[in-house]
Ligand binder design. Structure first.
Ligand code: GAR
Length: 194
């Protein structure tokens, strides 16, 4: 199967970035992660990309004249490397039309709740505070809304009386790290077949 060139966009720790890169290195997913796009100069994920010799485009939105301007630069960075797919992994910004149009149906996101419940920031904290019994992980295509695009896959996680926000976060992240590579694998295989 042909290797697909992909970019990961992230803003934080990068545990999902790591899971995707490891799966691609192990041959578990047929893609090469060629670029990390990061909007925070102090994000831990940058070091992870550097250790793996993956190119990084790190920017500070304040240094650009608006979202269109920095997204045009991101598009350029992607085009220079022939990027075909984008995986959002804790990238805490909405994607605008400059990237949505050229990457139609090729930008996916992971979110730590069963959408449409608990969109936006701190989804794990929101679920914990509402005392729901079941939450989970969603992987979905991106549209112009906040965590609103068509859902591709979900996995439920039970919240028990013993759980703290920290243990819930650990359970969610463990599911994320196995679910994201699996979904990427099935989307890329599907694309190859059609
Ligand atoms: C992940 O839990 C991801 O689902 C979440 O950010 C975390 C990033 O962790 N994304 C969102 O909340 C998007 N709305 P990581 O940096 O360790 O991969």
């Amino acid at each position: 199967m042909a290797m697909i060139k992909a970019a990961v966009f992230a803003s934080g720790t990068g545990s999902n970035f790591d899971a995707i890169v490891k799966a691609s290195e192990a041959g578990g997913i047929p893609c090469d992660i060629q670029l990390l796009v990061c909007d925070r100069k102090d994000a831990v994920v940058i070091t992870k990309a550097e250790q793996k010799n993956i190119d990084t485009f790190v920017f500070s939105p304040k240094e650009f004249d608006g979202k269109d301007a920095y997204e045009r630069q991101i598009l350029l960075e992607c085009r220079e490397r022939g990027i075909e797919w984008v995986f959002l992994a804790g990238y805490m910004r909405l994607i605008g039309p400059v990237l949505l149009e050229p990457f139609k149906n090729r930008i996916i996101n992971i979110h730590p709740s069963l959408l449409p419940a608990f969109p936006g920031k701190d989804a794990i904290g929101q679920a914990f505070e509402k005392q729901v019994k079941v939450t989970g992980v969603t992987i979905h295509y991106i549209d112009d809304g906040m965590d609103t695009g068509p859902i591709i896959e979900q996995e439920a996680i039970r919240i028990t009386a013993k759980d703290t926000k920290e243990t819930l976060q650990q359970k969610i992240q463990a599911v994320e790290h196995s679910l994201y590579p699996k979904v990427i694998q099935s989307l890329l295989v599907e694309e190859e077949v059609h």
